[in-house]
Each structure stands twice: as structure tokens, then as C-alpha cells.
Design a protein around this ligand. Structure first.
Ligand code: S3P
Length: 445
């Protein structure tokens, strides 16, 4: 593992081409594999997590190739996958694992899933319960953890399932299983979570009905056993990756950064709404729709930020953005309060804990509870000067490298490896804007 020192910088400027959306990339490969014929994908994220899904689809007998002009998937049709001859090594990819478990549940063979230490610690019971109710048998380590085996069935039953927490991963696992079941599968979510699966399913030719529930949630009904047709897809740039250069441009002095082609799905823009409410100058230009997803160019300029209370209702729309929001809050004037964050404890790391410790290392005052976080902003550059343990979490690593750019003294992260799971070009992209990220050798654990 390599430690990286992030130096304070005077300004950031330029155009940042952020790689493709991770959530959409996983789903494009999976649905391409379940469609009939050829799916051509441009802008697919070529990062470890998505490459693990591509390898898994190949194990299921799907042709996944990478010609010069993008990615090409030749599907086997709904229910047409074959038994993998090896354990699927999903690395760090929680989304890939949970969604593929839904697909594996609908096939009459055994699929074995393994992952790295972080993935092995993540709860899979939330996916196991609905898939078991549909008729699959799942053998998992105690606590519903990886490694696990899904014993699927060709006779999956459609269900109506009420999600205990708003989770696009669990919703999508059920919908992908339901795709193979006769009749209608319905998922009711307590609050709307990212809807890329629903949009893509409709785009591939499935019938999906979405209605609002009286309590602010959504009811999604999918008709099972459609014939999905291969298609051409453009994956927008990932708003969750764009969040890092975006916040960097806000908190580093005299900066102006353009971020072209960023996905602005309304269920992903919670961070932008929050930063605008804090005083961030973020212009959203050239709004358009690509492959069924709203996209725009963002222009971001350095802004004095003021603390706010982030409404709990906004959490699902910015679930992955709290580490980088914490960096912005550390530079803001006043105390930023965030609540409803229990899910952050079961992400790639315990993010509430990792954020609190990292901010402490940067000399920022922070308080945290079971599901909340309060950050006393420095009203300008935080002290910095410390070392941050990133717990093999890509978003913790990138958030603290960004914070280091705006501190008075440099910040060090202990391990850069996880960045490759979602944003392999992060270091070169940020350096191109003016960041000074120095490799300081191999850190001890
Ligand atoms: C994702 C959903 C979110 C998010 C994850 C990607 C997806 O997880 O944190 O990074 O692609 O469906 P949950 O659905 O578990 O909240």
C-alpha cells in the first residue's frame, strides 16, 4: 500500500473528465447479459468494482468484450445464464455482489461469492431475506456474510416486498430476481432511492410501473419474464466521483473547474443541493438526457460556505457523499449537522467513525452518535497536518486527499489502493487541475 501526502494548493483550474457512473455500469453489464443480442456500452467505468462484475458475467457464460469503441455484451436472454465454474471474486464490490445475488437466485445452480475483507464484513441478510422468500436458498457465513453460496431455482416466485431501509441495492436485487419470476414483483421503498435499475429495465423493454406512496416512498412493480432486447447505451459521468473535484474547487482558493457530462438524476443530486444551500457556486449547464438519464455540465467556483442542517430526508440522494460533504463542512463557517446516517456504518468502512477520526487528524472538531454527525467548521482552512487511516475505503481516501488541498498543513492518507475500486484516474485528474499529491512511500499498517 502507498501513503499519499496532499499538500495545500493555491488554486485549481481546468476541465475534469470524470469516469462513468459505477451504479449504471454494473447494471448495464448485467442487463446486457440478460438481454437478447448485442448491447454496446460507451463510457463504462473501468474500475476494479465494475471489472469484477464484467468477470462475473463472463463466468455466467455471457460474452463481454472491450473493442476500441467501448464495451460489447452479447446476452443469453432472461434465465439463460450458465453455472459459473469458479467462485465469483467480487473484490470490494457491494453493488455487484448484491445485484448478482438476485440474478443467481433465479438460476437452477450454485453460485459462490467471495470478496475482500471489507466486503466480507458487509451485511447480506438484507438481500438474503427477500431472495429466500422468493424461493432461493442461500448458505452464508454467520451474520449473513460473505463468502456465501446462492442455490437458485428456475421456479422463483414473484413477491411484494417492503424494504426496511431505503436501499437501491436491495431493491435492485429483488427486481433482477423478479425479472425471472412469472407475474408481477413489487418492491415498496420507504423513501426513493436511486432508480437506475428501473430506468434501464424500461430501456431494455421490460414493463415497470412506479407510483408514489402516501408516506413519501415509492412502489415499483415489474412484470416478470419479458424478453429484453440488446441496445446502445451511454453511461454518464458519475456524480459521486464528480463530488471530489467539485468540493475541491469550492474549498481551494481562486478555483474554477468545469465538469462535463455529469449524471444529474434527481435521486443522486443531494450533495449539489446541500452545497448550493451552503453557498456553493455551482452552475448546472447544458441539461440533456442520455440513454434515459439526465446529464449536465457543472461549472464550480471557489465559494465561502456556511454550515447547514442537512435534512434526513435527503440522505438517500447523497448516501455516498457524506465523506466529501464532511470535507466541505470542515471549511465552512458554523456547525454542520447531519442525521439519519445509520447506513454509513455498513458501507465499505464504518464511514461515520472514519470521518470523525479523519477530521480529528485534520484538527477539526467533530461529534458523532449512532446515526448523526456534527462538524464545527473552521470558517476557512482547517489546520491539517495529521495522518488519516482510510480503512480500505475509496471515498474516505479521496475525501481526505481533497481536504488536504484546503488545509494549512498537508494531510496524509495511509493507503491509496481502494481509490482504484471506483475512480482509478483520480490522482492524475486532480493533479491535472493543480493538486499536489505526493507519494510518500509504503506505509506500515
Ligand atoms: C448503490 C446504492 C447505494 C450506494 C452504493 C451504490 C447502487 O447503496 O451506497 O454505493 O448502485 O445501487 P445502498 O442501496 O445499500 O444504500
Amino acid at each position: 500500500m502507498t501513503a499519499i501526502l496532499s499538500h495545500p494548493v493555491r488554486r485549481l483550474a481546468g476541465t475534469a473528465r470524470v469516469p462513468g457512473d459505477k451504479s449504471i455500469s454494473h447494471r448495464a453489464l448485467m442487463l446486457g447479459g440478460l438481454a437478447v443480442g448485442e448491447t454496446r456500452i460507451s463510457g463504462l467505468l473501468e474500475a476494479d468494482d465494475v471489472l469484477a462484475t464484467a468477470a462475473a458475467m463472463r463466468q455466467f457464460g455471457v460474452s463481454v468484450t472491450r473493442p476500441a469503441d467501448g464495451w460489447c455484451v452479447i446476452g443469453r436472454g432472461v434465465g439463460g445464464l450458465i453455472e459459473p465454474s469458479r467462485v465469483l471474486d467480487m473484490g470490494n464490490a457491494g453493488t455487484g455482489t448484491r445485484l448478482l445475488m438476485g440474478i443467481a437466485a433465479a438460476h437452477p445452480f450454485l453460485t459462490f461469492f467471495a470478496g475482500d475483507e471489507s466486503l466480507q464484513a458487509r451485511p447480506m441478510g438484507r438481500v438474503i431475506a427477500p431472495l429466500a422468500a422468493m424461493g432461493a436458498t442461500i448458505h452464508a457465513r454467520s451474520g449473513g456474510r460473505l463468502p456465501l453460496a446462492v442455490e437458485g431455482t428456475a421456479d422463483l416466485l414473484p413477491i411484494e416486498y417492503r424494504l426496511p431501509v431505503a436501499s437501491a441495492q436491495v431493491k435492485s436485487a429483488i427486481l433482477l430476481a423478479g425479472l425471472h419470476a412469472p407475474g408481477a414483483t413489487t418492491v415498496i421503498e420507504p423513501a426513493p432511492s436511486r432508480d437506475h435499475t428501473e430506468r434501464l429495465l424500461a430501456g431494455f423493454g421490460a414493463s415497470v410501473e412506479v407510483t408514489a406512496t402516501a408516506d413519501g416512498g415509492r412502489r415499483i412493480t415489474l412484470e416478470g419474464q419479458p424478453e429484453l432486447m440488446g441496445r446502445t447505451l451511454v453511461v454518464p459521468a458519475d456524480p459521486s466521483s464528480a463530488a471530489f473535484p467539485l468540493v475541491a474547487a469550492l474549498i481551494v482558493p481562486d478555483s474554477r473547474v468545469v465538469l462535463p457530462g455529469i449524471g444529474i438524476n434527481p435521486l443522486r443530486v443531494g450533495l449539489i443541493e446541500t452545497l448550493v444551500a451552503m453557498g456553493g457556486r455551482i452552475a448546472i449547464e447544458n441539461r440533456r438526457v442520455e440513454s434515459g438519464e439526465p446529464v449536465a455540465d457543472l461549472v464550480v467556483e471557489t465559494s465561502p460556505l456556511n454550515a447547514i442542517d442537512v435534512p434526513a430526508a435527503r440522505v438517500p440522494a447523497m448516501i455516498d457523499e457524506f465523506p466529501i460533504l464532511a470535507a466541505a463542512a470542515a471549511c465552512a463557517r458554523g456547525t454542520t449537522r447531519m442525521q439519519g446516517l445509520a447506513e454509513l456504518r455498513v458501507k465499505e468502512s464504518d464511514r461515520l467513525d472514519a470521518i470523525a477520526r479523519g477530521l480529528g487528524a485534520a484538527g477539526v472538531r467533530v461529534r458523532t452518535g449512532p446515526d448523526w454527525l456534527e462538524i464545527d467548521g473552521c470558517g476557512g482552512p482547517p489546520p491539517g497536518g495529521g495522518g488519516v487511516n482510510v480503512h480500505f475505503d475509496h471515498r474516505i481516501a479521496m475525501a481526505f486527499l481533497v481536504l488536504g488541498m484546503a488545509c494549512r498543513q498537508p494531510l496524509t492518507i495511509d493507503d491509496d489502493r481502494a481509490i482504484a475500486t471506483s475512480f482509478p484516474t483520480f490522482i492524475s485528474l486532480m493533479t491535472g487541475l493543480g493538486a499536489q499529491l505526493e507519494t510518500v512511500g509504503t506505509a506500515a499498517c
